[in-house]
Design a protein around this ligand. Structure first.
Ligand SMILES: Cc1ncc(COP(=O)(O)O)c(C=O)c1O
Length: 399
C-alpha cells in the first residue's frame, strides 16, 4: 500500500462534500435528486460585486498581490470588523486567504503543536477537527446538549480545560445545528475563558444569517479576550460568494504574521480578482442581505414545521441562525428496509438518497451520529417536495 504522511493518511474526505458529490453523480445519471446537503446559499452573487470583478479584470489586476491580501482589501476588512462587530483591528492584524477555511487551517497550524489540546464544542463543523490534527494537536470534543439547543454550558467548559488546553473554536450561528449564542450565554463562556490564556477562535461565517437581530461578538462582550483571540470570517455565506474563495482572520500581529508566513510558502495570495470583488462586497451598499435573510427566515419556519411532522424526527429547539436544522433521528435507528438496518444518521441519509432521492448529511462527522443535517439553502418548492418524499420513504421503514 502507498505510504502516506501519517497526518494526511488520517484525514477523511469532508462528509458534506462527499454527500454532495454522490447526489451530483445521481443527477448526472438523470435521477431527479433534491439536495438538502448544500453548505452554500442558493442565491447568486450580487451584480455590483460581479461588476467590480469585471472592472478589476479589465484593469489588468491579474498579478500577484501581497500574500495576505491587498492594502485596500485589508482596509475593507478593518471597516467591516468595526461596522458589523464593533471590533478594532489594524491591517497588520488581518490576513485574507482563499476562503475562511484556509485562514482557519493556516492560523491553527501556526498556533498549535503536538501535545496541545483544542476544545471543539460538538456538534461541530466537520473541518475543525481535521485542521487541528493536521497541525499535530488533539481535538477535545466537548458535547453541547440538545436540551440547551446545542449551546456549550460554562460549567462543562470549565471542567474540560486541562493544563494542555491551548485553544477553543466557537462557531455561532453553528454549522450544523443553527444554534446561536445570546449575549448572556456568550458572556458566561467568556468569563470561563478570560484569564486562561487559551486561544479563543470565533468562526463568524454565518453571523448575518440570524433570525432574531445580530449575533453578538464574544470579543466585543469581553474585550480582554482579544489579546488571545482570533476572528474568522468569510464572504462566502454573507454575499453568496462561496466559489470566489475569500475569507480572513484577524488577531494579534504575531499570530497573523505566522499564518502569513505559512500562506506565503504553501499557496500565496488569494485570487486577485476575487479580492477586488470582496472590497466592493464589504464596502458597498449592504442591503442585498435583507431579502436573503427573509427567504431563509420563511424557509426556517417551513422546515421546522415539516421536520416535526415526520414520525421519528425530533427537533426540540428552533434553530435561530445559519441555514441548517439538525434533527434527532434516534427513534428510527434499528428500523429496517428490506434486509438493511438503519444504524445511524448516516445510514438514514443513504436510505433517503436511495429511496427518496433526497440528499442530506448524516451526523457522524459532526460528532452526533443520531442526527442528520438538513440544509434549507434551496427553494420553498424544493423543500416541500423533498419533505413529501422523505415522509413517504420513512413510512416504508419497518420499526
Ligand atoms: C462553520 C464554517 N466555517 C467555515 C466555512 C468555510 O467557509 P469558506 O467558504 O469561506 O472557506 C464553512 C463552510 O461551510 C463553515 O460552515
Amino acid at each position: 500500500m502507498l505510504k502516506l504522511n501519517r497526518r494526511i493518511a488520517a484525514i477523511k474526505p469532508s462528509a458534506t462534500l462527499a454527500a454532495d458529490a454522490r447526489a451530483t453523480e445521481m443527477k448526472l445519471a438523470g435521477i431527479d435528486v433534491i439536495s438538502l446537503g448544500a453548505g452554500e446559499p442558493d442565491f447568486d452573487t450580487p451584480e455590483r460585486i460581479k461588476e467590480a470583478a469585471g472592472k478589476a479584470l479589465a484593469a489588468g489586476q491579474t498579478k500577484y498581490t501581497p500574500v495576505g491580501g491587498t492594502a485596500a482589501l485589508k482596509n475593507a476588512i478593518k471597516l467591516k470588523l468595526k461596522r458589523d462587530n464593533n471590533l478594532d483591528y489594524e491591517p497588520g492584524e488581518i490576513i485574507a486567504s482563499a476562503g475562511c477555511k484556509q485562514a482557519e487551517a493556516n492560523v491553527i497550524a501556526a498556533l498549535f503543536d503536538e501535545g496541545d489540546e483544542v476544545i471543539i464544542p460538538t456538534p461541530a463543523w466537520v473541518s475543525f477537527a481535521a485542521m487541528v490534527s493536521l497541525a499535530g494537536a488533539e481535538s477535545k470534543f466537548v458535547p453541547c446538549p440538545e436540551r440547551t439547543g446545542f449551546l456549550l454550558e460554562p460549567e462543562t467548559l470549565r471542567r474540560a480545560i486541562t493544563p494542555r488546553t491551548r485553544g477553543i473554536i466557537l462557531n455561532s450561528p453553528s454549522n450544523p445545528t443553527g444554534a446561536v449564542y445570546g449575549p448572556e450565554q456568550l458572556t458566561a463562556i467568556a468569563k470561563v475563558l478570560v484569564d486562561t490564556g487559551i486561544w479563543v477562535m470565533s468562526d463568524d461565517v454565518y453571523e448575518h444569517i440570524v433570525f432574531d437581530g445580530l449575533a453578538p461578538h464574544i470579543f466585543h462582550l469581553e474585550p480582554r479576550l482579544k489579546s488571545h483571540g482570533i476572528v474568522f470570517n468569510s464572504l462566502s455565506k454573507t454575499y453568496a460568494m462561496t466559489g470566489w474563495r475569500i475569507g480572513f482572520a484577524a488577531g494579534p500581529k504575531e499570530a497573523i504574521a505566522a499564518a502569513g508566513r505559512l500562506q506565503s510558502q504553501n499557496s500565496g495570495n488569494p485570487n486577485s480578482i476575487a479580492q477586488a470583488a470582496a472590497i466592493e462586497a464589504l464596502t458597498g451598499p449592504q442591503d442585498e442581505l435583507k431579502p436573503m435573510l427573509e427567504a431563509f427566515r420563511k424557509r426556517n419556519a417551513l422546515v421546522v414545521e415539516r421536520v416535526r411532522r415526520i414520525p421519528g424526527f425530533k427537533l426540540p429547539n428552533i434553530p435561530q441562525g445559519a441555514f441548517y436544522v439538525f434533527p434527532n433521528v434516534s427513534e428510527l435507528l434499528g428500523s429496517r428496509f428490506g434486509d438493511k438496518e438503519i444504524t445511524d444518521g448516516d445510514g438514514l441519509a443513504v436510505f433517503l438518497l436511495d429511496q427518496a432521492h433526497v440528499s442530506l448529511v448524516g451526523g457522524n462527522d459532526f460528532g452526533a451520529p443520531d442526527h442528520v443535517r438538513i440544509s434549507y439553502a434551496t427553494s420553498m418548492e424544493n423543500l416541500n417536495q423533498a419533505f413529501d418524499r422523505i415522509e413517504r420513504a420513512v413510512a416504508k421503514l419497518k420499526r
